[in-house]
Design a protein around this ligand. Structure first.
Ligand code: ZN
Ligand code: ZN
Length: 485
């Protein structure tokens, strides 16, 4: 067009931008952006929104934000693009702020059903229950309750936040449940430790003539695995292709490895991986590595680590798992060797971090955190809790598991992992009897798990910890995971 002297306009630019998005061409997009600036099209909100989409998909949230700021008349679509950009680019907490800032009186536009969907996804990711409830109220007040994709998203959000009764409430309210609704509910039951209910829902869905898809099967198998229903899980796995025409994918295999691992059938799990028709991914090997840790299987653990290295997918967390396998088998020479190796290769572990939500605000803690404004009260509370738990028979056990690489931390007898701080904060600021919900980015350690178990009984509180792989519902001194994680 340009070579032939045909003038471009905002519309042609916007189509060109969309092509760049489609072909992931940031360079092409940058050229068009320059032209847009030169030709003075910045006031065209449709075009600018397309440009935001380009930066969002190119993982450039700051640039997307800059374009957003330039738009003179921002409509809801522009806000939604920015929201999805935040979620896409690991700025989920900012997404929540954005929802709060979308105010009709201030900027003339308000959240629509798409906004709600995006914010709910952010809440699900963060485990931000109170915020999710706020969005739920908004959905009801604005007449979006009939949108089935929003209801399905609410089920997932409530389940992932450990609020299963609310998830079920939403599920029951859907008049025409589709396969996504059923799958979300089945997964919700499973991840919260209700295996039998998950299987019942799976059977009920078939009675009602809804055909399961691969997601449903993932939900059912993982429910069997979370709840230790080995035989049931094997049966479903064996018949899924014949009965439902669904070939097992990596996720299904992953559930089976978890299931067998939990039952201590590690060799069988290994055989299953070796027999896979699809190439096993790192997640599957990692699942087996976790099982090796629980059952103290050193040789297989080393073998699994080799597979991970072969895939070039080994993460710092895997080395930590292997360290734990060695240390629980008291193979101190190997521990030393591996530590040295990790130090040489400069393998950095992910620092543990726990969040707890209070009145819609997320409070974040790391190990031995002293950044919280109420840190003195929190540590005082933690001392008091420790005394109470000691009376009930809890013994702090910091040597059984190496949570972190840092040797100093292990030796430092008073070291507090982030979830303990978050729980202490929860006890401090909420009225007696309130459920304490903590989200953690990595696996929780044996000591913190014991701590939470005893605390749930002594303080008569339900404590819910969502870690990287599963949920722990602590109540009356027990955990829903049956001490397998
Ligand atoms: Zn811990
Ligand atoms: Zn647990």
């Amino acid at each position: 067009m340009r070579l032939n002297g045909i003038p471009t306009n905002p519309l042609s630019c916007s189509f060109a931008i969309k092509s760049c998005i489609r072909f992931c061409s940031l360079v092409g997009g940058l050229q068009i952006h320059a032209r847009i600036t030169r030709d003075g099209y910045q006031s065209d909100s449709l075009l600018m929104t397309a440009l935001m989409g380009l930066y969002s998909t190119s993982e450039k949230p700051i640039e997307a934000c800059r374009v957003f700021d330039e738009i003179p008349q921002r409509d809801t679509v522009a806000w939604n693009v920015l929201l999805s950009c935040y979620i896409r680019n690991k700025r989920t907490r900012d997404a929540l702020c954005l929802f709060d800032n979308m105010n009709f009186e201030v900027n003339g536009c308000e959240p629509d059903d798409v906004t709600c969907l995006l914010v709910l996804q952010a809440c699900t990711h963060l485990g931000a229950l109170e915020f999710g409830e706020k969005v739920h109220r908004y959905i009801e007040e604005h007449g979006y309750s009939d949108a089935i994709n929003l209801s399905n998203c609410l089920i997932a959000m409530y389940s992932r936040c450990g609020s299963l009764d609310k998830a079920y409430g939403v599920f029951k309210g859907i008049r025409q449940k589709n396969v996504v609704s059923w799958s979300a509910m089945i997964s919700g039951f499973g991840m919260n430790g209700y295996g039998r209910e998950a299987i019942e829902a799976f059977e009920e869905m078939q009675r009602r003539g809804v055909m399961p898809d691969d997601q449903t099967l993932t939900g059912v198998l993982s429910a069997c695995s979370h709840c230790g229903l080995v035989d049931k899980g094997m049966t479903f796995f064996d018949c899924m292709s014949k009965e439902f025409g669904i070939l097992p994918n990596v996720h299904h295999y992953g559930c089976m490895v978890d299931l067998l691992g939990r039952a201590g059938l590690l060799d069988q799990a290994y055989q299953l991986i070796m027999s896979m028709t699809v190439k096993p991914d790192s997640t599957i090997w990692r699942t087996l590595l976790g099982a090796c840790k629980v059952h103290g299987h050193v040789t297989l653990g080393e073998q699994v680590m080799e597979h991970l290295i072969e895939l070039k997918a080994q993460e710092a967390g895997d080395y930590v798992l292997l360290l734990n396998i060695y240390s629980s088998a008291e193979k101190w020479e190997k521990v030393k060797e591996l530590r040295k190796f990790m130090k040489e290769k400069d393998i950095q572990t992910t620092p543990g971090c726990s969040t707890i939500e209070l009145k819609g605000v997320l409070h974040e803690f790391v190990v031995d955190d002293v950044s919280h404004p109420r840190k003195d009260e929190i540590y005082e509370m933690l001392d008091e809790i420790n005394q109470q738990l000691k009376i009930a028979g809890y013994v702090a056990d910091i040597t059984s598991e190496l949570h972190n690489l840092c040797a100093e931390e292990k030796e430092h007898a008073l070291s507090y992992h982030s979830e303990k701080l978050a729980i202490a904060f929860g006890i401090l600021v909420t009225p007696p009897g309130t459920t304490i919900r903590v989200a953690k980015n990595i696996r929780t350690c044996v000591d913190c798990h014991n701590f939470a178990k005893v605390l749930s009984e002594v303080y008569n509180r339900q404590v819910i910890i969502r870690d990287r792989t599963r949920f722990h519902h602590f109540q009356n001194g027990c955990c829903s995971c049956n001490d397998y994680w």
